[in-house]
Design a protein around this ligand. Structure first.
Ligand code: GAP
Length: 604
């Protein structure tokens, strides 16, 4: 392939040409028009040749490489854009392949891209503490906002609060955390400490929740399990409380703790909020904030930290109405992915909500459906990557009557708890009423009953969800030879990148104008350093949805090239139509290709 210059009426026009054999003749054919500027034509031709090579490799790949069905299903290169109708437009882009990522690789990736990295690293960091950088914060906030919109939207009587992370000791006497929120420390002969249940899990590949320290010690001895650090024998299993105590002020000051779950804040706010809100149940109090736990062995990057974010919704309801929900009809035939505690041997079952009612109350099942819909319809998580796992009597948290963990199937560690649906009964409010001497009962105007409300808690670990989102978005494009972070458009931290093709003041002027205009709507970056290919790659890696290039035609024809992250397709759009086209594509799920002239389309 070569660049050819053609002179028409004294002006230069550049074309990319190719020699092709037709029968016995070798003909020269135009492949693409490269514009009127020599330098720009050279740059454009490189891009086009690279794309064409990618296309060739792709067809080789399609002919020769078979991806296993399982993998193909889980990893299909989909652009999932929520359309206004609520349905996704799903395109299969076969050149993207899901790339498995280990915990260490994830930690390196997150640091390299500035998403998340160890806190205070210049001083060596502290185990179990991480800081979110600029892109990390944007992605985390996008998740939190989707969570807010969805869960607060479930009922007019659901609202968000914010509260202190430091709470008086009495809160945790009332909640039972002071007595029951414990870890079990297995201590070896040489003094190394590890969580006893984790040590057993690692060696015996089963869960060990809900055992006493004596039972854990017995199991360790019975199975001759040794210290995983030095191989010496385990001498004791000790109980240790997981909360961080605090010294406030001087001398004999009041005792306080950093909250170990956000949940206690809505409970102590219930009285005032139920009075100022609509005096009606169900009442939902949501809180997104930090929780702190002195984990014995923080590990697995964001998955087990000592300070982490929770997004929790506490739904206070009338216990006599636990078998009712006015919107249950909407979900009755909806299938849930569940592992039931008495049918674990059957693995994940797809069970209709109405068929769970023999075992689980209606109010609870309705909210299981809503949580799953959040994952499937809002975050658009692949359906085989999510399940509810029901915990049994011994495994569930001390405050729960029913307890289903929400679990995601992560590359490195398999099924991992990312949240939970907890029926906490009146455990917490009753405890707070007893310890505070405040009357926390509620008078229901409708039924004329007075009672202590029960609580259904929808609890999400934001950092574990953040990790899962990155895990499922981690793709590789063999043709582009770079990572593509295939984030949901609503989650992508950067929606658009604007590039002048080359550093020319006239290109930069247009690029800057476009950048400033788009910045009013979305998070947009401006990037003028390096080749266009490098700039595309940099943006693909952080999940930027669209890259806009300003070139000679932007001056002459008032057009720009918009390139799509997942497919690398390009379309030329008039500058005057650009903002609205992008808005429709990002917010309403419309196909950007229809708003302009397609430059290169990948075979789908
Ligand atoms: N209010 C209920 C509650 O706190 P939990 O199961 O202890 O329940 C809820 O925690 C979620 O918080 C978990 O499902 C998990 O996603 C997240 N989480 C718990 N401990 C964590 C830790 N050490 N590091 C990161 N996330 C954690």
């Amino acid at each position: 392939m070569y660049i050819a210059k053609q002179k028409v009426k004294g002006k230069d026009y550049y074309y990319l040409r190719k020699s092709v054999r037709e029968g016995k003749k070798v003909m020269s054919k135009n492949v693409a028009y490269l514009g009127k500027d020599k330098k720009e034509a050279e740059l454009k031709s490189k891009e086009i040749i690279k794309e064409m090579k990618n296309e060739e490799q792709k067809s080789d790949l399609e002919k020769g490489v078979k991806i296993s069905n399982e993998k193909r299903k889980a990893n299909s290169g989909r652009i999932c854009i929520n359309s206004s109708s609520g349905k996704s437009q799903i395109k299969e882009i076969s050149s993207l392949e899901k790339k498995e990522i280990s915990i260490d690789e994830m930690a390196v990736f997150c640091k390299r891209k500035g998403f998340v990295y160890p806190s205070g690293e210049i001083y060596g960091g502290l185990a179990g503490f991480f800081d979110y950088g600029h892109l990390g914060v944007l992605l985390k906030r996008n998740f939190e906002n989707l969570w807010r919109n969805f869960f607060l939207g479930l009922d007019e009587n659901f609202a968000e609060i914010e509260s202190s992370e430091i709470m008086p000791e009495k809160v945790f006497i009332a909640s039972g955390h002071l007595k029951n929120f414990n870890d079990f420390a297995a201590k070896c002969k040489k003094g190394h400490i590890e969580r006893a249940d984790h040590l057993l899990e690692k060696n015996l590949k089963q869960r060990f929740e809900g055992l006493t320290s004596e039972q854990l010690f017995e199991k360790i001895k019975e199975n001759k399990i040794l210290c995983s650090i030095c191989g010496s024998s385990i001498e004791t299993v000790e109980v240790t409380n997981m909360m961080f105590p605090l010294q406030l002020g001087f001398g004999n000051s009041a005792k306080a703790f950093l909250r170990p779950e956000t949940a206690q804040s809505p409970y102590v706010n219930f009285k005032i909020q139920s009075e100022v809100m609509r005096k009606k149940l169900p009442l939902g109090l949501a809180l997104i904030g930090k929780a702190y736990r002195n984990e014995l062995s923080p590990r697995n990057f964001l998955l087990r930290q000592r300070a982490f974010t929770q997004a929790e919704l506490q739904i206070f309801f009338n216990p006599s109405k636990i078998n009712e929900h006015e919107k249950f009809e909407e979900v009755k035939d909806y299938f849930l992915n569940v592992v039931l505690n008495d049918e674990r041997s059957k693995g994940i079952q797809k069970i209709k909500c109405k068929d769970l009612l023999e075992k689980i109350p209606k109010f609870y099942v309705y909210h299981l459906a809503k949580v799953q819909q959040f994952y499937f319809n809002v975050l658009e998580l692949s359906e085989n990557k999510f399940r509810f796992y029901q915990l049994n009597e011994h495994e569930k948290a001390f405050y729960n009557k029913y307890h289903f963990d929400m679990e995601a199937d992560l590359d490195a560690v398999g099924w991992t708890e990312i949240g939970g649906v907890h029926y906490r009964t009146d455990h917490d409010l009753k405890g707070h009423q007893e310890v505070s001497n405040e009357n926390l009962s509620f008078f229901d105007e409708e039924s004329k009953e007075k009672f202590i409300p029960h609580v259904l808690e929808l609890s999400f670990g934001v950092d574990r969800n953040f990790y899962s989102i990155l895990n499922f978005a981690y793709f590789y494009d063999k043709k582009r030879e770079n990572l593509v972070l295939k984030l949901h458009p609503k989650l992508a931290p950067v929606k658009i990148a604007v590039f002048p093709l080359v550093k020319r003041p006239d290109f930069e002027k247009i690029a800057q104008d476009i950048f400033h205009d788009l910045k009013k709507m979305y998070h947009v970056v401006y990037d003028k350093s390096g080749s266009i290919g490098r700039r595309y790659a940099r943006n693909d890696e952080v999940g930027t949805l669209f890259c806009i290039t300003i070139d000679e035609d932007s001056l002459k024809k008032k057009e720009v090239t918009v390139r799509i992250r997942d497919s690398a397709e390009q379309v030329r759009i008039k500058i005057k139509d650009l903002k609205e086209s992008l808005r429709k594509a990002i917010d309403e799920g419309e196909d950007i290709l229809k708003f302009g002239k397609i430059v290169n389309t990948r075979k789908k």
